[in-house]
Design a protein around this ligand. Sequence first.
Ligand code: NAD
Ligand code: UDX
Length: 463
Amino acid sequence: MVNKICCIGAGYVGGPTMAVIAQKCPDIKVTVVDINEQRIAAWNDEDVTKIPVYEPGLDAVVAEARGRNLFFSTEVDKAIDEADMIFISVNTPTKTYGVGKGMAADLKYIELCARQIARVATSDKIVVEKSTLPVRTASALKDILDNTGNGVKFDILSNPEFLAEGTAVEDLHSPDRVLIGGDESTEEGAAALKALVDVYAHWVPRECILTTNVWSSELSKLTANAVLAQRVSSINSLSELCEVTEADVNEVARAIGMDSRIGSKFLKASVGFGGSCFQKDILNLVYIAKSYGLNEVADYWEQVIIMNDHQKGRFARNIISTLYNTVSGKKIAFLGWAFKKDTNDTRESAAIYVADILLSEQAKVSVYDPKVEEYQVYSDVDYLGTRSSEENTENLTVFNDPYEACKGAHAIAVLTEWDEFKSYDWQKIYDGMLKPAFVFDGRRLLDEKQLKSIGFQYQTIGR
Ligand code: NAD
Ligand code: UDX
């Protein structure tokens, strides 16, 4: 039985996941550790609305469990040593150097964790891969743990996380399934697997807890993200065809989605998918396929990314061509910077790439997002390295008020589907803009009829 859990990595996955485990398993002490002191301090902030991850409902979960059986700490060694079960939930970004640059997952943080666990552990541990990892990573982990440890026993499980940001708490409370990969052929392997099943069984119905071998579990995570992203790229590719044929992509999505074999979810045309997972995980899948010499498999999945890049680019290029082929010196207001609504996460957000293209055309970009902080917006464009940080600061402005962001603009671009955008005083926004006043709705969010009756020139995706 598991009494103490340690989770290495207090990010978008480690934080919410462990908060819910602690909430649902009051008998288990859960300690989430991170080397990022600022992040841990924010998780411990007395004002629970200041926790570093914005997710609807998460503040209440943290308030319930924190200090009772949920702890956030920078004392990584101590938490490792006292735990029976250790989740590794550190970041696994795309490599930015060396072999596999721009494609493979960078596993340096994972390996550091494994070496640290091996060095510190003085009793047997169940080590759980919570991070998304290339298939067969567990064997590398096992090698490191067994060869550098203190003679204690390590059992490795794969337990990928399927939560989506913005609905993390809901997804964790009632997951479609929990997937646990382990080695049932040995007694210890089966016991480790059962220990983790028992943790989830505190609140997840047994029939929703799926157990597989480790490799299937590792690969299922990459596959799930690839298939979800593929649906978005599929509908986005058709949005472009709709625009030239007078078909409407929402009507097409509805018509095909009612076929129970297809299903209605993940068919919403957009300015392109973002988020920390889809692109990274597909690139990783492509890299893995290539490394086994499976070039057709690699090409097939790479097309999902190519289509997504095209969608982001054509949204930006359409703004430029509609504004009479020049945006130089023109103010373009962005509503939304996060990669989807109800999150403050901006990783790989389409907004970043659209802004980058417009800035290269000398536009003045103004940004309003309900949850994203100013420094994050600048750091996102600076990270691309297209121009100097001074130039970005000069041409990009972040506003705390949407009406100010839109005042004096030639055009508004909707990049995130935040609900609040729908209920703005659009007449007031129109009155403050230069004419003709354009709206480019990258999320098919706003009321076209209403906007057109006010006088806006309205364009959206897939119609
Ligand atoms: P994140 O960047 O938000 O958090 C990772 C944290 O790990 C950071 O705070 C970092 O400081 C910490 N860390 C790194 N190395 C460490 C070390 N050696 N010791 C202690 N702390 C360390 O990342 P995330 O979004 O939480 O993603 C984590 C993993 O989960 C990734 O593999 C990702 O692919 C996967 N995942 C993410 C999501 C999502 O929605 N974000 C969903 C499912 C799976
Ligand atoms: C995704 C997976 O859904 C989740 O299971 C996994 O654990 C992590 O990666 P996330 O990236 O948080 O979750 O959000 P998701 O809802 O999948 O959206 C990803 C991107 O696709 C967003 O930019 C979203 O706006 C876009 N999207 C999604 C569309 O453009 N159309 C859709 O129909 C669905």
